[in-house]
Design a protein around this ligand. Structure first.
Ligand code: CA
Length: 331
């Protein structure tokens, strides 16, 4: 009994202290942050960098939410954040098709919203003057990857059937995400423009997922093992799934034996380590920290009622509402 009384008193005292502090808390800007899912390596780097930015900033509190890859959950989280009186929203949307619904909520509450990474249609963003987007230039990842692939193709002996054509398999992130489409399209189209002939012998939408990519690769190896000359993945998670399947079939063991070049995007720690071990070929670095800094600067400006770009070096692209963070090669 005595023990529980002490616990109770402690709780009362702590609550008083916390409540005491929260009068100061209420002067802070509250920014609701919605992450499509915490369980995504690249997005985690952006999330942590956002948190690091806010820790340096006594004027701002971030209210972080894991939408667990569920758009209806994300919509509920937005409603709750708006009820809590947030001054602005940062949205890494689950389903880009839901962007206009999200914008309607922000508009009704008259608060700015900065989308990042997963890009809503510009037309949809343009329906609200307080909506912006921070992302990459999706085709740039493809173009940088093209340069790396061309270099590898031209320097090595990977034309297994000697027909002068690069036979490849493609692991695509998802069917309608513009980032996935651009990464897929540009990595190959620009290779062709460089005079390298290509033939796609397999394309699988593997949802950015390691396990799904692993299964696809296993099935391709079963069907046309001798034909596959290059493996192209829209992200490193899928590239690493493909590498496990290749290793099971005796390839890419880092021992100087049979090797099929594999390319990803993101430069995750796992991919960097695979590249160092000589079992993966190259990836493209998304600057997660750079993206977080841009998102943070824009949303805090807007939450203060300033222009999104006030006091920053960022510029909009041709849409007039999107800021692009550059990619870099990693091999
Ligand atoms: Ca060939």
């Amino acid at each position: 009994m005595k023990k529980s009384l002490v616990v109770l008193l402690t709780i009362v005292i702590l609550t008083t202290i916390v409540t005491g502090c929260s009068s100061k808390e209420s002067d802070k800007l509250k920014i609701g942050v919605l992450i499509y899912k915490y369980d995504d390596t690249y997005i985690s780097t952006v999330r942590q960098a956002l948190e690091a930015e806010s820790e340096k900033d006594p004027e701002v509190t971030l209210l972080m939410n894991d939408s667990q890859n569920d758009q209806s959950k994300q919509n509920d989280q937005i409603d709750i954040l708006i009820e809590k009186g947030v001054d602005a929203l940062v949205v890494n949307i689950v389903d880009i098709g839901a962007a206009s619904a999200v914008i309607d909520k922000a508009k009704a509450a008259d608060i700015p919203v900065v989308f990042f990474n997963r890009e809503p249609d510009t037309e949809v963003l343009n329906t609200y003057e307080k909506a912006r987007f921070v992302g990459t230039k999706p085709e740039e990842a493809g173009i940088i990857k093209r340069e790396m692939m061309a270099e590898v193709w031209e320097s090595g002996d990977y034309d297994r059937n000697g027909d002068g054509i690069m036979q490849y398999v493609m692991l695509k992130g998802d069917a309608d995400n513009p980032e996935a489409i651009a990464r897929t399209e540009y990595s190959v189209k620009t290779l062709n423009e460089k005079g390298i002939k290509t033939e796609e012998i397999g394309l699988q939408v593997a949802n950015w997922d390691n396990e799904k990519a692993n299964q696809a690769m296993e099935s391709w190896l079963g069907k046309y093992e001798d034909k596959i000359e290059f493996v192209i993945a829209n992200n490193d998670g899928m590239a690493s799934g493909a590498i496990s399947a290749l290793q099971n079939a005796g390839y890419n063991k880092g021992d100087g034996g049979k090797y099929i070049p594999v390319f990803g995007v993101d430069a995750t720690d796992e991919a960097k380590s695979l590249i160092e071990k000589g079992v993966m070929t190259g990836t493209v670095k998304q600057d997660g920290e750079g993206m977080a800094k841009a998102v943070y600067a824009l949303v805090v400006n807007a939450a203060k009622g300033k222009d999104f770009l006030d006091g920053t070096d960022y510029e909009y692209d041709e849409t007039g509402i999107s800021v692009r963070i550059p990619y870099q090669p990693y091999k």
